[in-house]
Design a protein around this ligand. Structure first.
Ligand SMILES: Nc1ncnc2c1ncn2[C@@H]1O[C@H](COP(=O)(O)OP(=O)(O)OP(=O)(O)O)[C@@H](O)[C@H]1O
Ligand SMILES: [Mg+2]
Length: 261
């Protein structure tokens, strides 16, 4: 607890940790998927990207991850231009994407292994993150033996174990039932408070965005761009029953409804 309190006190946000500088992107022969997106995110902030299908959320994540290169403009992370994927940015997808031939523990050790960490140190690190997602007891299971929610927790532990400053999450909870989703949202809030990664979390779900985010960016399509930028100061975890929660819900619903009509 003392460690946690200290970590919170000494956390100093670095402004412009992620800087999407006038970025446009076009898939070959198609209309602009993103048009002149300008956006900065300080270190440690939990940002949700909210917007209708096809507005460019995944494309924006892939540009920050370095899987795609901008047609125009630049993406900077920690002052350096992004020109490919790197261990400073971890990605969590909707479909778990674990290696089925490796145990849970080996899946999580994968990143530290690639980074050249010694066997005992990476085992300890993998167990730390497995415990953090409350799955220490299934270290030797294989992914096929796990439920969807468990697989997604392993995927989060695996991304964190690689030690990224930035966690890029593309609808990671979309395939889960409401109860599991709610539990994982709370777990992610706790992990964010403990480890303070910068998180960019894509969701279609307004309720999820309000529960999780320090800041919500609403995107709109044709071309994809950010149309609304809202900081949420409410203490987490957040009660859906609060007046502020429903006020924000109505606001985002109106913005997304208007943008997608
Ligand atoms: N590989 C591709 N080739 C051509 N066009 C693509 C490709 N991937 C996406 N697009 C187009 O780019 C636009 C943005 O797509 P993107 O996948 O980023 O949207 P999204 O906001 O993530 O949507 P969803 O919420 O459905 O996941 C869409 O018009 C889509 O049709
Ligand atoms: Mg998408």
């Amino acid at each position: 607890m003392i460690g946690q309190a200290l970590q919170r006190q000494t956390f100093v946000p670095i402004p412009d940790f992620i800087n999407v500088d006038s970025v446009s992107f076009r898939f070959d022969g198609r209309q602009l998927a993103l048009g002149n997106v300008k956006l900065t995110i300080p270190l440690g902030q939990f940002v949700c990207l909210l917007g209708p299908s096809g507005c460019g959320k995944t494309t924006l994540l892939n540009l920050i991850a370095g899987f795609l290169a901008p047609t125009d403009g630049y993406v900077f992370v920690n002052g350096k231009v992004v020109d490919g994927p790197g261990p400073d940015r971890g990605m969590v997808f909707q479909d778990y994407s674990l290696f089925p031939w490796l145990t849970v523990l080996k899946n999580i050790e994968f990143g530290p292994d690639i980074a050249g960490m010694r066997a005992s140190a990476r085992r300890e690190r993998a167990m730390h993150y497995l415990d953090l997602v409350n799955l220490g007891h299934i270290a030797d299971s294989y992914p096929t033996q796990l439920s969807g929610g468990m697989k997604q927790r392993v995927a989060i532990a695996r991304a964190l174990a690689a030690g990224p400053k930035v966690l890029l999450m593309d609808e990671p909870f979309a395939a889960l039932d409401a109860m599991t989703r709610s539990k994982l949202q709370l777990e992610l809030i706790r992990i964010h408070e403990l480890e303070r990664p910068t998180i960019l979390f894509v969701t279609h779900n307004i309720d999820e965005a309000i529960r999780l985010a320090d800041r919500v960016l609403v995107m709109s399509p044709n071309p994809g761009r950010v149309v609304s930028d809202v900081t949420i100061d409410m203490e987490k975890p957040r009660a859906r029953t609060s007046v502020e929660f429903s006020r924000l819900y109505d606001r985002f619903e109106a913005e997304i409804g208007l943008e997608s009509s």
